[in-house]
Design a protein around this ligand. Sequence first.
Ligand code: DX5
Ligand code: ZN
Length: 220
Amino acid sequence: MAEFKLHPSILSADFSQLDRQIHEVESCGADGIHIDVMDGHFVPSITFGTPIIKAVRSLSHLPLDIHMMTTHPEKHFSEFTTAGADSITVHYEACPKLKDTLVELGKFDVRKCVALSPRTPIENIFEIIHMVDQILIMSVEPGAGGQNFIPESLMKIQSLSKEIESQGLSIPIQVDGGINPDTTLEAVRSGANILVAGSSVFNDNFSVCDGISKLRNSSL
Ligand code: DX5
Ligand code: ZN
């Protein structure tokens, strides 16, 4: 059985039932909760920020993983950490001075993570991987749930996995976008350690627990 951690993304949750859905996520064995912050600038949509992070923190003990699809993410590091973030992910494409941004993030009691959009070559981050605790490979264009997994992402995961090893490091690779029972196994075989799943967990056609079980069973 391929081992991986599963972080459901609340982007696809039913916010009128957030309390119940977060409890289901926790009781059905998820490993963390992924919170997509979008600013209407780096990506067209606007989602949520501190109040939702605080609300989810009050509902769950699971690690909260904040995916910042925003420009100037550093403006919110302090607030998000206080609200209960366990890890904060900034986008390579949103940070013209990425090293400085990561140094700033390092001042907070939170795991430092960087994300790459599908069109960004993986080699672009090789020189900074020693500065982060986790790397997120986007397997869809950032900004919306329910898109199809981009197959070329698998090569990026493989190259990154090799590079991490060749630098003598041990850094988890997270994959986000289009994760479903058909894409899980290949992503994990390519080297992904943490899978983010939105619409294949929060879906009108099945329960949160069924969504999680289908993903877990697909890697058997
Ligand atoms: C997209 C977000 C994802 C999103 C994934 O920009 O970063 O976290 O929730 O949704 P699915 O799993 O439906 O592709
Ligand atoms: Zn995300």
